[in-house]
Design a protein around this ligand. Structure first.
Ligand SMILES: Cc1cc2nc3c(=O)[nH]c(=O)nc-3n(C[C@H](O)[C@H](O)[C@H](O)COP(=O)(O)O)c2cc1C
Length: 303
């Protein structure tokens, strides 16, 4: 028997496999394809204080080994989540992590305060890295000062596990990671999408209504692995790794680089049952390599 449990800033996960925000809806959409109880947890879509329509269409474009999106945090707001979605998912036997976004610091705080009383929500992931909104989002995540301000405010407003999701669109991601650790973040997750752009040469127009968008999928994986490796060495809090994980092999790659847990994003669009295959692969990999506890492989390349 391989021990697959990991701890992310006080949150005990039965295995290191989570899903990535914005690629897994509210979880229930995937219940026909997978057993949600077999996940370490799932991160629900970006949630804001008020309803958001998101950006105009088109807001998705396929690129070689990846996709660009500019969804722009479309969601019905935190009250809708609490009244309509939460009652339907609160009995699942894995962690539900809410991804929180805001245009101002007060927005982040207001969402945190509404989530705090919910028994099932033991962790939030704070998105300071969305490249697809004009206000807030990535603006906070690209300076150490901005990131620290959000981390400080949510730390006060949410007493349970706080994971800060970092942007890769920076020169030195370790500086941002250290800044949020200093403000009391329990963990960091990385990476969000890389800012990208693609042009339809026949129409002579960008594919996306917003011109630029966020690149995800296998194309970003080497960048993400490098950043996870750098951040894991720079901070003492756990690192959640993501970016282009398509299968179990990729998940192990992130853990060897230093991720204590991983998230699966774009791959859910290709194969909605991929997370179950990844859980099985991780267990099988450990058995093949004589590893009895998954925690032993975290950051192994540095040992
Ligand atoms: C359609 C789409 C919507 C997304 N929405 C969010 C979001 O609301 N909040 C967030 O923090 N990240 C969001 N992301 C980023 C993903 O959670 C993830 O960080 C990124 O896609 C890299 O992982 P991947 O290559 O496995 O998809 C979104 C990504 C996609 C493709």
């Amino acid at each position: 028997m391989v021990k697959l449990g990991v701890n992310i800033g006080g949150l005990n996960l039965k295995n290191p496999v989570l899903t990535a925000s914005g690629t897994f809806g509210y979880g229930e959409e995937f219940a026909d394809f997978i057993d949600l109880n077999r996940l370490g947890g799932f991160v629900i879509k970006g949630t804001t204080i008020n309803h958001r329509e998101g950006n105009p269409y088109p807001r998705m474009a396929e690129t070689p080994s990846g996709m660009l999106n500019a969804v722009g945090l479309q969601n019905k707001g935190v009250d809708y989540f609490i009244d309509n979605i939460y009652p339907r998912i609160k009995d699942v036997d894995s962690h539900v992590i809410v991804n929180v976004s805001g245009a101002t610091i007060d927005d982040y705080v207001a969402v945190c305060e509404k989530l705090t009383p919910l028994d099932k929500i033991n962790a939030i992931e704070v998105n300071i890295s969305c490249p697809n909104v004009k206000q807030g989002g990535m603006a906070f995540g690209t300076t150490a000062d901005g990131a620290a301000q959000v981390a400080r405010a949510v730390r006060k407003a949410f007493p349970k596990t706080v994971i800060i999701k970092l942007s890769p669109n920076v020169t030195d991601i370790t500086e941002i990671a250290r800044a949020v650790e200093a403000e009391g973040a329990d963990a960091v997750s990385l990476i969000n999408t890389l800012l990208g752009m693609a042009i339809d040469i026949e129409r002579q127009r960008p594919y996306l209504s917003t011109i630029t968008g966020g690149l995800s999928g296998p194309a970003v994986r080497p960048v993400a692995v490098r950043m996870v490796w750098q951040v894991a060495k720079a901070v003492n809090i756990p690192v959640v790794g993501l970016g282009g994980i398509m299968n179990g092999r990729d998940a192990i790659e992130f853990m060897l680089a230093g991720a204590r847990a991983i998230q699966v994003g774009t791959a859910n669009f290709v194969d909605p049952s991929v997370t179950m295959k990844i859980v099985d692969y991780i267990e099988d990999y450990c058995q093949r390599h004589g590893i009895s506890n998954i925690n032993d492989i975290v950051g192994m390349i540095n040992q």
